[in-house]
Design a protein around this ligand. Structure first.
Ligand SMILES: Cc1ncc(C[n+]2csc(CCOP(=O)(O)OP(=O)(O)O)c2C)c(N)n1
Ligand SMILES: [Mg+2]
Length: 552
């Protein structure tokens, strides 16, 4: 210790000291010394070599979502940082703890617009929770520990740490610093009594679970409270993993494309219990569900007071860690008298989840419902962004011990790398990704990373030969004028076979389950390409329906 360690070593050691287990990276000459430090830590930190920085950050973000500890990604300066930006935005909008290290130019060249120079404080400030730059090796333990603390504190989010090049070579004799031990924020003493009083006065309560940071214990505790008081439970956009979808209390997801039945029940409700969720654009159905002044009684529980009542004024705001809140309220019981209301909300969910009939040999609704029956009880789902995602959301259910990871910012290219990150984080668990043909080729090359590190997610590519979501909007707005939304695709089964994986093509309803079982049995990463009728543009409408509705 007297001679000190290099900055590169101190950085690697700081990752270990703060509990990191995986580092998702695309290398660059800007952080050779950190790479060398990681070499010394190779028995404690698994270095995942990725193919694209967006992929690396999505993998790290999925790791953060699953573990509640910051996922760690490392990218190079300039172009690497630009590629990584989408993952920082996902982590911001999903409130996911993430630490992104970015190699930086030598400080002595600052402000010459030198090779690959970017000012990261300015570049990332609107999308990161905190951005810092370490220019002195001696400050690494302090600033890295703070980066990890900020990423998990209050409303979790992404922290960016630029690490200047020559600093990584300097020696410093300083001790490692680990995470700050801190007790989570608990509900104020009168919070639960006030909440129960509002509940007692309600006739039609509806809970909305969302946000990040929920532990399995927290989820179980809030379920005890909600089911014990017979309250119907919706989840916010892409948060299906927070509540057992097979439960008679599950009401569906209040997100983009939410079921009209649920939306009308949310409007009818006389008390919204918004636990852990922001009432953002997707949940509030474009800010139309509740008025901003607070005429609808809402109880909102969030770890960060600044987010409570943001946009929509609420009746009772409770600043608390969501798990601490759930534990505090789990055993509280009032005499619920809204059994009929709860059943009506559930009936709306059940009605919309009944598979319809569709033209052609493939009914994806029925195929997914068959698939649900054979999936392992601890499956982790990931999803990309696109219309294909409305099929599993509408027709499948995520059960108690399953997880669901999706980007609430609608980032295409998330699903495949998130599946790889999830599989690396939880070896042995079945990981199933839903992605469209558009999203599959945004980051599908990350499958090389899966093979390099022995991960075996199963990727369901819903192929309709187009950027279907945008085609849908196009047909509604400019019927018949198809512009920039058609795609030419590779043979997806052969695509994964070229990596050494397992490929399947599904063209008929009853083919999906056997294809999935063969994919699982192969033990390899797999793609199941599901060939869709391109005219079935949503699970409720064909192109012709949209044109008719638009008068085209
Ligand atoms: C990174 C990114 N680029 C563009 C978009 C805009 N966008 C939203 S959905 C979509 C089409 C998705 O196509 P595909 O993955 O094939 O799914 P589909 O809608 O056809 O089911 C596009 C281009 C986006 N959300 N994210
Ligand atoms: Mg498509």
């Amino acid at each position: 210790m007297t001679d000190g360690r290099t900055g590169g070593q101190l950085l690697a050691d700081a990752l270990v000291a703060n509990g990191a287990t995986h580092v998702f990276a695309v290398p660059g000459e800007s952080y050779l010394d950190l790479l060398d430090g990681l070499y010394n830590q190779r028995n404690r930190l698994e270095l995942i070599t990725c193919r694209f920085e967006a992929g690396a950050v999505h993998m790290a973000e999925a790791h953060g979502k699953l573990t509640g500890r910051p996922g760690v990604a490392v990218v190079t300066r300039g172009p690497g940082a630009c590629h990584a930006a989408i993952g920082v935005h996902v982590a911001q909008q999903d409130s996911t703890p993430l630490v992104l290290l970015v190699g930086q130019i030598p400080v002595s060249e600052t402000d010459r617009e030198t090779f690959q120079e970017v000012d990261y404080r300015r570049f990332f400030s609107p999308i990161a929770k905190w951005v810092t730059q370490i220019d002195e090796a001696a400050r690494i333990p302090e600033l890295m520990a703070h980066a990890f603390d900020v990423a998990v504190s209050g409303r979790p989010g992404p922290v960016v740490v630029a690490i200047s090049e020559e600093m990584q070579k300097h020696l410093a004799a300083v001790p490692d610093i680990g995470p700050q031990a801190v007790l989570p924020a608990h509900p104020a003493p009168d919070a639960i009594p006030r909440l129960l009083k509002l509940l007692e006065a309600a006739e039609k309560p509806l809970a909305i679970l969302g946000g990040s940071g929920w532990t399995p214990q927290g989820r179980a505790a809030i379920r005890d409270f909600l089911v014990g008081n017979d309250i119907p439970v919706a989840v916010s956009f892409r948060r299906q993993g927070l509540f057992d979808g097979t439960s008679a209390h599950y009401a569906g997801d209040l997100g983009v494309g939410a079921d009209a039945g649920l939306v009308s029940k949310a409007k009818e409700s006389d008390l919204i219990l918004a636990f852990g969720t922001r009432l953002g654009e997707p949940v509030s159905q474009g800010y139309t569900l509740f008025d901003l002044a607070g005429s609808k009684p809402i109880v909102q529980v969030l770890p960060d007071q600044a987010e409570i009542g943001r946009v929509h004024r609420v009746t009772l705001g409770i600043t608390s860690d969501v798990n601490a809140f759930a534990q505090a309220i789990a055993k509280e019981r009032i005499s619920p008298r809204w059994g009929a209301w709860r059943q009506a909300v559930r009936a709306a969910r059940e009605k919309q989840a009944v598979a319809g009939t569709y033209d052609g040999p493939l009914n994806l609704a029925v195929a997914l419902q068959q698939l649900e029956k054979v999936l392992p009880a601890d499956t982790i789902f990931t999803t990309d962004a696109g219309n294909f995602a409305t099929w599993p959301t509408r027709f499948m259910h995520v059960s108690e011990h399953q997880e669901f990871l999706g980007p609430t910012n609608g980032a295409m290219g998330y699903g495949v790398p998130a599946a790889i990150g999830a599989a690396i984080t939880n070896p042995g668990r079945c990981v199933v990704c839903f992605v469209g043909d558009g999203g599959a080729l945004m980051t599908g090359q990350e499958l090389a990373t899966a093979f390099h590190h022995g991960a075996a997610p199963i990727i369901l590519v819903v192929n309709n030969g187009q950027y279907g979501t945008i085609r849908m909007y196009q047909e509604r707005t400019y019927p018949g004028r198809v512009s920039g939304t058609q795609l030419t695709n590779p043979d997806f089964a052969r695509f994964i076979e070229s990596f050494g994986g397992h490929g399947e093509v599904v063209t008929a309803t009853d083919d999906l389950v056997p294809a999935f079982q063969r994919a699982r049995a192969s033990g390899k990463a797999a793609i199941i390409e599901i060939r869709m009728n391109p005219d079935q543009i949503t699970n409720r409408a064909t192109v012709a329906d949209l044109r008719r509705a638009a008068g085209g």
